[in-house]
Ligand binder design. Structure first.
Ligand SMILES: [Zn+2]
Length: 212
């Protein structure tokens, strides 16, 4: 388990630069890191340089991983000498040594790739964990009343007809803690029948889910 990985689109920082230095290389490495940071910012990447002297690079790696920051950039004196830097992606753990001249374009490619791959994973998860539910007893069984859902419902979605009334959704939430997640575009054809929650004529096909 890799823990939290935030999609670049919602992470406060898309990338963090961790400079690695000793006393004699500190000034040069920090200047170099700031220059890389400025280039990334100019290209629209939200990046910070973690130049906090009170913790080690290893500690910083762990801290930013815990925060789910999608991309880490490591810069040490040897990288600087070779005009290179290290890109480490949070989702796969893959590390790449790249020339600094190409760092911005490669960093942007990696961020776009992480965004896409997390989106595909979430979509696949949703498809795998969706069950058709026809009525209120079915919803109660799927999500459980009083916080006791069936095992299958953990993180799962119920696909059901819905009347569109907010009071109806609120009633479902009271009974099961499940809320409306979306009215999937492309899944609104042939809506005939009753709202699974209240029995009124259905207007939409909806996905409901609980927070765990
Ligand atoms: Zn309803």
């Amino acid at each position: 388990d890799k823990g939290l990985v935030l999609p670049p689109s919602i992470s406060p920082e898309e990338a963090v630069i961790v400079p690695i230095y000793k006393n004699d290389t500190k000034a040069a490495v920090l200047t170099y890191a700031d220059a890389v940071s400025a280039q990334l910012k100019a290209a629209g990447v939200r990046v910070v340089v973690d130049s906090d002297d009170s913790s080690s690079p290893g500690w910083k790696f762990a801290e930013w991983e815990m925060r789910g920051t999608p991309l880490r950039i490591e810069i040490g004196p040897r990288d600087m000498q070779a005009e290179k830097l290290v890109l480490a992606r949070r989702d796969t753990g893959e590390k790449k040594i790249v020339p600094v001249a190409e760092a911005v374009s490669i960093a942007k490619e990696i961020l776009a790739d992480i965004q896409k791959s997390l989106y595909e994973k979430a979509k696949a998860f949703r498809l795998e964990h969706t069950q058709n539910v026809a009525d209120l007893p079915g919803l109660l069984e799927y999500f459980g009343a009083e916080g006791m859902g069936t095992a299958d419902a953990h993180g799962g979605f119920a696909r059901a007809l819905w009347c569109g009334s907010l009071a109806c959704e609120a009633d479902l939430k009271t009974k099961t803690k499940a809320t409306l997640r979306c009215l999937p575009l492309g899944d609104q054809e042939g809506i005939e029948g009753s709202c699974a929650v209240c029995g009124a004529p259905a207007k939409h096909r909806a996905l409901f889910a609980r927070n765990y």
